[in-house]
Design a protein around this ligand. Sequence first.
Ligand code: NAP
Length: 317
Amino acid sequence: MSSNAQIVISQFGGPEQLNILTTEIPQPQAGEVLVKVAFSGVNPIDVKTRAGIGWAAEHNKNNLPWTPGYDVSGVVVKQGIGSEKFNLNDMVSGFIGFPLRGGGYSQYLCVSETELALVPEDISLKAAAAIPLAGQTAAQALEKAQIQSGETVLILAGAGGVGHIAVQIAVAAKTKVYATCCEDNKSYIEILGGTAIDYNNPSELEALNHVDVMIDLVGGEAAIKAMACLHPGSRVITVPTITSSMVCSHAAELGIIGMGMLVEPDTVQLEELLGLISAGMLKVEVEQCFAMNEVAQAHLKIESGHARGKILLDMQM
Ligand SMILES: NC(=O)c1ccc[n+]([C@@H]2O[C@H](COP(=O)([O-])OP(=O)(O)OC[C@H]3O[C@@H](n4cnc5c(N)ncnc54)[C@H](OP(=O)(O)O)[C@@H]3O)[C@@H](O)[C@H]2O)c1
C-alpha cells in the first residue's frame, strides 16, 4: 500500500468535473475496517449529484470536494480497534454512506463494519459491487407495494440497474410481470422471465390493463401515461424522487395508491441478496466496467439513460 486515489467533484457540473485526487490511505477508527476497493457501482444519483441536482447535491454543496459512490466491493486490509465482524482478506460489499457521505469512488475506504456484508466466495466482486443500491431499491419497492402471488406487476425500465433485479424478484414471487424497455432489450426481459413491452410502440402499453402494481423507475410523463393500465385501488411505487409528488398526485386523481420511496441501506437485506446470487436464484447484469480514470465515460453511459443492468468502476485499474 502506498497512496490512495479518490474521484472527487470540486464543483457541480458536467462529467469533466470528476477528477482524481491522490490522498493518504486513511486509518480505520474504532469499529471500522479499511477496505481496498475493487469495484464501485455507478448509479443515477451519482450523476445527478455531480450535476448539482437533487437532495444529495443540496446537502453537499458546502462540503466540496466530495467523493461520490455508495456501492463498493473489496477486501478488508486493516481492522480498527474493536472491529470483529470480519477477518483480514475477507471479501466485503456495502451500500455505504447513503445519502450524504458517499465516498465509494475511492481505492481505499474506511467504513464501519456495520455497513458491510461478507461476500460468499462463489460470487464475483463485480456482482458484489453491482447489487447493493440497485438490489435493495428493487427489493424495497416490491416490499412497499406488498406484491402478492398471482398479481400483475408492471415495471417501467425493466432492463436497467434496479429494473432487472425487480423483474427477477417479482417473477420469483409468482406474479405476472410486464416490463417496459426498448426494442433491443425485449429478448433480455424475456430471459429474466418477464413479458417485454416496447415503450416506443404505444399500442403495446395500450393493450395492457388490470395491472395491480406498477414499479415506476422512469417517473414523469412516462409514469403518468402508464397509469392507464392500472385500475382504482392499484398501487404505484414511484422511485425517481424528483417527479414523485407529481406522479403520486396523478395517481390519487385516478383512485390509485401512489407512494414515493427512498431506499434505506440494510446489511441483512444485502446479505440475503448476496445469498440469492450465490444460490443461482438472482443474476446481476454488469453491462460495462470502466477503469477508474474513465469515470467520465461511465457517467455519460448512465446519463444516456440506456444502461442495461449495472455500470461499474474498476478502482484498481
Ligand atoms: N428513490 C430511491 O431511493 C432510488 C433508488 C435507486 C434509483 N432511483 C432512481 O430510479 C431510477 C432508475 O434507476 P436505475 O439505477 O435503474 O437507472 P438506470 O440503470 O440508469 O436505468 C436505465 C434503464 O432505463 C431504461 N429506460 C430509459 N428510458 C425509458 C423509458 N422511457 N421507459 C422505459 N425504460 C426506459 C433503459 O432501458 P432501454 O435501454 O431498454 O431503453 C435502461 O435500461 C433513476 O431515476 C434513479 O435515480 C431512486
